[in-house]
Design a protein around this ligand. Structure first.
Ligand code: BF8
Ligand code: SF4
Length: 625
């Protein structure tokens, strides 16, 4: 390890993380924090977005001394192109995940698999009707065929606009139409982004940024939204349930299996396989008391939302979960899986299994999951985990104590149920100023921050101010570990929020799922805007990703802004080398789409600034501040 010794106290706010960081150090295991130190200081050209590698006349890095690349592109063009491709990467991730879900729905509808079924036929019919498919007197499987076909069309170009455009408030649609950013199709916008950013195409930074917005909208209102809705149809729409979070959910006397990644197509089958009586008997034969399944990151969020499977941790806990020495196997699909997990696993007895051809890791075992063999493959994986239990070295096992209770499962359907069937109580509470607004805190960890410090403190500050917080993605575990995801947390909320959440029996911080589930939040905002007869940008709402790291998080932030939601980020994307792009992000977009980005690393200051924005929106609606 290069550089000065890391001060563990400074790396994370959590006891379980700190214990494992110490153990990692003693066990000689390298973590993301060590590698961050090796990478620092970061290249300033890359950081500000002015390094271009788009053609072989370069690479070019522009500066005051050399303000244009070989082709003549200036900093604005280079930054906009890099940003556009960054957004395309994120949109591709969420949306390709969505496509995998449609493939499963298609296979179920056409009788090509017995491993997956339709768990929520009511939702299937409801969604089909919403996007204009005939449902009267038809069998669910017949409707599912049409719905899968319709959703596949959202990826191509023949429709001219994505199916869930029907959910977008009228005023918002007009804004998009006027700017020419109504999303036509997922693949079309992503491919066009790649085309525009080839040398010699879109050389107007603002124009490129607008297409980045369009690309992100195809993610939010199509790719991610489809992933969420199809997952609900196939695996059930979440309803409130209780479970636990942090590394203490691992069990010393059980075979421990972790699921990591994003698509429930894999994790759902693993969950079923760990309940297989034959496999449980085998685990006992090998000396374990049973099989324990826990989630990491977004696929963990999916299982937690729908089935109350406990979560071991978020992004920066993935390496540390293996450092417990108690994990027999980690099974992954795709996205946000650090390649280092293979190396960390090899320091213990932990096997890493990959399941998707598009996300293979050298050194991991590949067990390919397909729609027709998901169950068989899941059993293989679980059996492999059990076989490894005798290899565990008890002397190297340390599981931090004390998992924390959480309540999860707040789909929009469940939220409506909790509200007694209509949005009216929520809207009345907003009008009365008891709930002053709502903020979705979403996304990641990033070792550049003290782990979860910003995620947690922003959530705490907001609920104190009677602002309802909704969490998705890795922020969920932060909120959960701090005890904010239980009804008792109303004691930490302001008086109005405390009263309303207390009466409804819900926590002041509501878990709405994984990162694709941010689409649920878009839908909720649209429903509230429609109810009030206003645009989404008129609502006293905001989004935030304090510790974000990924292309996907940037795509989410961009579609939130393009949908009219003011969005806070702890740090900017790599755009600061361009005045045009930076000004657009921080203010120009406000005039164009009614929302912009706020960059603020300090969670307390961010809370203040978000609160200011919420105040101004409330006043504009004729409500008290
Ligand atoms: O999609 S919050 S670290 S796991 S990118 Fe990744 Fe960020 Fe976690 Fe899920 Ni979302
Ligand atoms: Fe350089 Fe232009 Fe090529 Fe980029 S596209 S590498 S700026 S010559």
């Amino acid at each position: 390890m290069a550089g000065k010794e890391l001060n563990i106290e400074e790396l994370s706010i959590w006891e379980d993380a700190k214990q494992m960081l110490l153990k990692a150090k003693n066990d000689g295991v390298e973590t993301a924090w060590d590698r961050l130190q090796q990478q620092a200081p970061h290249c300033k050209f890359g950081e500000s977005g002015v390094c271009c590698r788009i053609c072989t006349m370069g690479p070019c890095r522009v500066s005051k001394k050399a303000p244009r690349g070989v082709c003549g592109a200036d900093a604005d063009v280079i930054v906009a192109r890099n940003f556009g491709r960054f957004i395309a990467g994120g949109a591709a991730g969420h949306s390709d995940h969505g496509r995998d879900c449609i493939e499963a729905l298609h296979a179920v509808a056409h009788g090509e698999t017995k491993d997956y079924t339709i768990k929520d036929a009511e939702k299937l019919m409801r969604i089909a009707k919403e996007v204009g498919i005939e449902t009267e007197g038809r069998e669910p499987l017949e409707v599912a065929k049409d719905l899968a076909a319709d959703f596949f069309e959202n990826y191509g170009t023949t429709k001219g606009e994505v199916s869930f455009i029907v959910r977008v408030p009228e005023k918002r649609r007009k804004i998009w139409d006027k700017l020419g950013i109504t999303p036509r199709g997922v693949d079309r916008e992503i491919a066009e982004m790649m085309h525009r950013t080839h040398m010699g195409c879109d050389n107007d930074a603002a124009n490129t940024v607008l297409h980045a917005a369009r690309t992100s909208l195809a993610d939010g209102w199509a790719g991610s939204m489809i992933a969420t809705e199809v997952s609900d149809i196939l695996f059930g729409t979440p309803t409130p349930n209780k479970t636990q979070v942090n590394l203490g959910v691992l069990k010393e006397d059980h075979v421990n299996i972790l699921v990591h990644g994003h698509n429930p197509i894999v994790s759902e089958k693993i969950m079923e396989a760990v309940n297989d009586p034959e496999l449980i008997a085998l685990a006992k034969e090998k000396g374990a008391k049973g099989i324990n399944l826990a989630g990491l990151c977004c696929t963990g969020n999916e299982l937690m939302m729908r089935h109350g499977i406990p979560m071991a941790g978020n992004h920066l806990m993935t390496e540390l979960a293996i450092v417990t020495g108690a994990v027999e196997l980690i099974v992954v699909d795709y996205q946000c899986i650090m390649p280092s997990l293979v190396q960390v696993g090899s320091c213990y007895h932990t096997k890493m299994v990959t399941t998707a051809d598009k996300a293979r890791f050298t050194g991991a075992e590949h067990i390919k999951f397909e729609i027709h063999n998901g169950m068989e493959q899941a059993k293989k994986v679980v059996r492999m985990a059990i076989e490894r239990f005798p290899l565990r070295d008890p002397a190297r096992v340390k599981i931090p104590n004390g998992p924390v209770e959480v309540v999860t499962g707040f789909s929009n359907e469940a939220l409506l149920d909790a509200l007694g069937g209509s949005l009216t109580p929520l809207i009345d509470a907003i009008k009365a100023g008891k709930i002053r607004g709502a903020v979705a805190i979403v996304g990641c960890n990033n070792p550049k921050y003290k782990h979860d410090y910003c995620n947690l403190n922003l959530a705490k500050e907001l609920i104190k101010r009677d602002i309802l917080v909704i969490v998705t993605g890795c922020v969920t575990v932060a909120a959960g570990k701090a005890g904010l995801l239980v009804p008792d947390a109303i004691d930490q909320a302001g008086p109005g929020l405390k009263e309303i959440c207390g009466a409804l029996g819900i926590p002041p911080v509501i878990h709405m799922g994984s990162c694709v589930d941010n689409a649920r939040i878009l839908q909720l905002c649209a429903l509230i805007a429609d109810e009030l007869g206003v645009d989404i940008s008129d609502l006293p709402v905001a989004a935030s990703s304090p510790e974000w790291y990924s292309e996907k998080a940037a795509a989410i932030g961009t579609y939130a802004v393009a949908s009219g939601i003011y969005t806070h980020l702890g740090h900017p994307p790599n755009i600061t080398g361009s005045e045009v792009v930076t000004n657009l992000a921080l203010s120009g977009l406000d005039e164009l789409v009614g929302a912009c980005f706020l960059i603020e690393p300090d969670p307390f200051k961010a809370a203040e600034l978000i609160d200011e924005r919420i105040k101004s929106k409330r006043l504009a609606l004729g409500l008290s501040a």
